[in-house]
Write a protein that binds this ligand. Structure first.
Ligand code: ADP
Ligand code: MG
Ligand code: ZN
Length: 474
């Protein structure tokens, strides 16, 4: 048992999903061939001038409104100077003393307890390029240079890996709902630096280290746990924690010191002479605030209290804004909430998910889903054939009813017709019929299977089961 309490503050970088970069009109898109999304501005040629992308400011303000920041009416740009091959200009255009958003907070729930993590600020800056190591050399890809990046800095309010991960998940959810960032960890569109120190209860915070550039929730967790262990060992053996910048190696699960921490003065910050300050009116801010949709946390609560979903189901549905949107629309179109939720959690999530990707593609509207569920409810199709209907209407505007007809799936609910078929099948299988009469209930599924085979699955399974029992018991 350690007597030390860990304290954690995060610096989270989120790429904004604007069409173009922050200061030029190059495309902001992931996965293009190296160095194809570049121009003299983002490639840092001398003598070029940046032009601010208003959308990036708007998205950052929207993000700030979503977490209750004060939005600055006046903010400015600063040059953060450093030399590194991923930064051809040798300075990053960022915001130093007058960021766009100040304060704010995010509520998280950890082990059933709610707590608040305060934010210090959100500022807007440009991303650097990407170094690609391999084959004994290093290549640079400048496609990411100039991509708009929000840096969100928290107060040191978290005290465990669980809290840090819960904070990141909540922040990512808020930004996805606000539509400002995809926050895709694998694509590096959200990355976190972990500041961590240990202290004894009641004493001032200890010396912190900063572990840079963690790009999955899993490595954030592992890096925190490893750093808590390391600092505990240092302190318990009578040593002092050295303030430094560290890296975490996912392969070995260990962190290592990189350099002693740089101070703000090492960057020779100075005001960017090529860009005007950003001036926002109250009307600008209110206009942007008005575009915020209902966020995941509020929706989750509404689904539980107004629509009767369980906490678990409500969390699953709201994990992605696309499924929450579909659910809300389906309910508005008349679907039963519980049935819509179940269908989304099983069929839609299965179909809309691509292996290795975070997001879910939702290929139908709430209207189409409500129609599909009504057909199942009325016994026109069964759940199994609803999958074929789903395939047919996915990413089209065809109604579920039209698809059922086009596929010839409309289920047979005519008891007279079904009974006739059942009699034929029972007559053709005297052995299994005898087994059933001797008490072997399992044979029932054999007959259901035969019937479905004969009718290509288009028999109402409920009616089928009842009739098979009836005929066999005669
Ligand atoms: P810098 O400008 O040197 O990066 P900041 O004051 O901006 O330092 O803090 C950066 C991050 O470090 C913030 O998220 C903050 O909450 C966190 N932090 C500051 N002091 C501590 C500490 N003693 N222990 C853990 N985190 C800390
Ligand atoms: Mg910092
Ligand atoms: Zn460019």
């Amino acid at each position: 048992m350690s007597e030390y309490i860990p304290t954690i503050g995060l610096e989270v970088h989120c790429e904004l999903k604007t069409e173009t970069k922050l200061f030029c009109s190059c495309r902001n898109s992931f996965g293009a061939a190296p160095n194809t999304n570049t121009c003299p501005v983002c490639a840092g040629h001398p003598g070029v001038l940046p032009v601010l992308n208003r959308k990036a400011v708007e998205y950052t303000v929207k993000a700030g409104c979503a977490i209750g920041c004060r939005i600055s009416r006046y903010s400015k740009w600063d040059r953060k100077n450093y030399f590194y091959p991923d930064l051809p200009k040798a300075w990053q255009t960022s915001q130093y003393d007058l960021p766009l958003c100040i304060g704010g907070e995010v509520r998280i729930t950890v082990n059933g307890e709610e707590k608040t993590v305060r934010l210090n600020r959100i500022h807007l800056e440009e991303d650097a390029g990407k170094l690609v190591h391999g084959g004994g050399s290093t290549a640079v890809d400048y496609n990411r240079c100039g991509v708009p990046l929000m840096e969100c800095v928290t107060e040191p309010d978290m005290h465990s890996a669980d809290e840090a991960v819960a904070f990141l998940e909540e922040l990512a959810s808020i930004f996805r709902y606000a539509g400002v960032s995809d926050c895709r960890m694998q694509e590096g569109s959200i990355r976190a630096d972990v500041n961590l120190s240990l202290s004894r209860p009641g004493e001032p915070l200890g010396t912190r280290t900063e572990t840079k550039n963690l790009n999955s929730f899993r490595s954030v967790r592992r890096a925190i746990e490893a750093e808590i262990r390391r600092q505990t060992e240092v302190l318990e053996s009578g040593g002092k924690v050295v303030q430094e910048t560290r890296r975490f190696d996912d392969a070995t699960g260990e962190g290592y010191g990189m350099r002693s921490k740089e101070d703000a003065q090492d960057y020779r910050y100075f005001p960017e002479p090529d860009l005007m300050p950003v001036v926002l009116s109250d009307e600008d801010v209110e206009r942007i605030r008005a575009t915020l949709p209902e966020l995941a946390r509020d929706r989750r609560n509404r689904y539980v209290s107004d629509l009767g979903l369980s906490d678990y189901d409500a969390s699953l549905i709201t994990a992605d804004p696309a499924t929450a949107e579909l659910f809300d629309d389906a309910v508005t179109a008349g679907a039963n909430a519980k049935k819509a939720a179940n269908y989304i959690m099983s069929e839609i999530m299965r179909k809309g998910k691509t292996a290795g990707e975070d997001g879910i593609v939702v290929g139908i509207t709430g209207m189409q889903l409500a129609d599909l569920l009504a057909l199942v409810e009325k016994g026109e199709i069964n759940l199994v054939s609803s999958r074929d209907v789903l395939d047919k209407i996915w990413l089209t505007d065809m109604t579920a009813s039209a698809a059922v007809d086009a596929l010839g799936l409309r289920q047979n609910n005519d008891a007279g017709e079904i009974e006739k078929l059942v009699r034929d099948i029972v007559a053709a299988n005297p052995g299994p019929a005898d087994d059933y009469r001797k008490g072997n209930e399992k044979v029932l599924s054999f007959f259901v299977g035969q019937l479905m085979k004969a009718t290509k699955g288009k028999t109402n399974p409920k009616i089928a089961g009842e009739l098979i029992r009836k005929v066999l018991s005669e």
